[in-house]
Ligand binder design. Structure first.
Ligand code: AHG
Ligand code: MN
Ligand code: MN
Length: 336
């Protein structure tokens, strides 16, 4: 008998059976998110043939100009998820406040957070982009749902993942039992398991950072990158390679596949902001995936997953990937 392909549905059913890892509602939620990602993928693929490229000429709560696809992806995720009965509320990088499941639908016990379209600057130039998502459980003990229910440390996530719209459409997922990757089989219309138990090598010779911000960095980050740039003659004694796609989702995917370190540190451009990336929609889900794959994620001083968020759209400094490199740059932040 030829080897059977394992679909995302089967993987999730088996996760549900094996020590009740995922409750039925969470399984349904993840299936719905995957279905929404398929729809977003179709929209992305249309490009100039559909009315999906370019700016929407509106601004989100972060003061960023929204692209049409930012809004389309946000709507697809909400429409797909609001009626199934598995969610209490959603929060998105593209919405000012939380979206409570309307009264006409049953309310579930989960909270879904997402960056509907990560890498917006790459949409119109046909470079890989993606959707990042994180799932929390609504705290018990009170009826209804409010923004404060979302303010949980990343360590409390019950599922996290992303979908990349690139040369292939791939969904990468953790429910706390390692990291698995699924590739969209367009003929079958389903995600098929293509990698299991993904592991990030502890050492690497590849870093990802926006070098144009070098003059704004803090001393520890400058020291770390300077040492990488010094190559085999420098203190590291080896040559480093650099990659920067400017879609966090794709930069982190590369790291999950072959190792590396990704940094988006605090810098002096906007000293009042802790960083550019968003804790709840970008840093938390990616940090959990990275840790589940044997890597490490900090803000330079503490483990990202331990940060207690003060607000929904909180930003954070991010350093993640191969363990020994993240350990090093975090050590450089230690007070002497
Ligand atoms: P988003 O498109 O969701 O706003 O996120 C973009 C983020 C992240 O994906 C990427 O790593 C970073 O912004 C790119 O920043 P630069 O423009 O500084 O390269
Ligand atoms: Mn993003
Ligand atoms: Mn985004």
């Amino acid at each position: 008998m030829s080897q059977q392909k394992i679909s995302l549905t089967r993987y999730l059913v088996e996760q549900q059976r094996a020590d009740g890892h995922i409750p039925g509602q969470l399984r349904l939620l993840l299936e719905v998110v995957a279905r929404a990602c398929k729809r977003i993928s179709q929209a992305v693929n249309k490009g100039d043939l559909g009315d999906v490229l370019g700016s929407a000429e509106s601004e989100n709560v972060q003061g960023e100009v929204q692209k049409k696809l930012d809004i389309i992806a946000n709507e697809v995720l909400i429409e797909a998820n609001e009626w199934g009965g598995h969610l209490a509320a959603m929060a998105s990088e593209e919405m000012d406040s939380i979206y409570v499941v309307p009264n006409r639908y049953p309310q579930g016990e989960y909270l879904l957070l997402f960056d509907p379209l990560d890498g917006s600057s790459n949409i119109d130039v046909n470079v890989s982009i993606g959707t990042i998502f994180s799932v929390l459980k609504k705290p018990e003990g009170h009826p209804g749902v409010q923004e404060a229910d979302f303010l949980q440390a990343g360590a409390k996530q019950v599922a996290a993942g992303y979908c990349i719209y690139g040369p292939q459409t791939t969904l990468v997922l953790t429910v706390g039992d390692g990291v698995a990757m699924f590739t969209l089989d367009r003929e079958q219309g389903s995600f098929v398991l293509t990698k299991e138990n993904i592991q990030i090598p502890a050492d690497t010779k590849e870093f990802a950072i926006n070098m144009s911000n070098m003059r704004h960095w803090d001393a520890p980050v400058k020291r770390y990158i300077d040492e990488c740039l010094a190559g085999s003659e420098g203190p590291r004694g080896k040559d480093f390679n650099m990659r920067w796609i400017a879609s966090m989702v794709t930069d982190v995917h590369r790291i999950l596949m072959r190792g590396g370190i990704f940094l988006y540190p605090w810098d002096k451009r906007e000293p009042g902001k802790p960083g550019k990336l968003r804790l709840m929609y970008e840093a938390n889900p990616m940090s959990w995936l990275v840790e589940q794959a044997g890597g490490m994620a900090t803000n330079g001083r503490e483990r990202i997953l331990d940060i207690e968020p003060g607000k929904l759209h909180e930003r954070v400094s991010v350093m993640l990937g191969s363990k020994n490199e993240v350990e090093r740059v975090t050590r450089y932040h230690d007070p002497l």
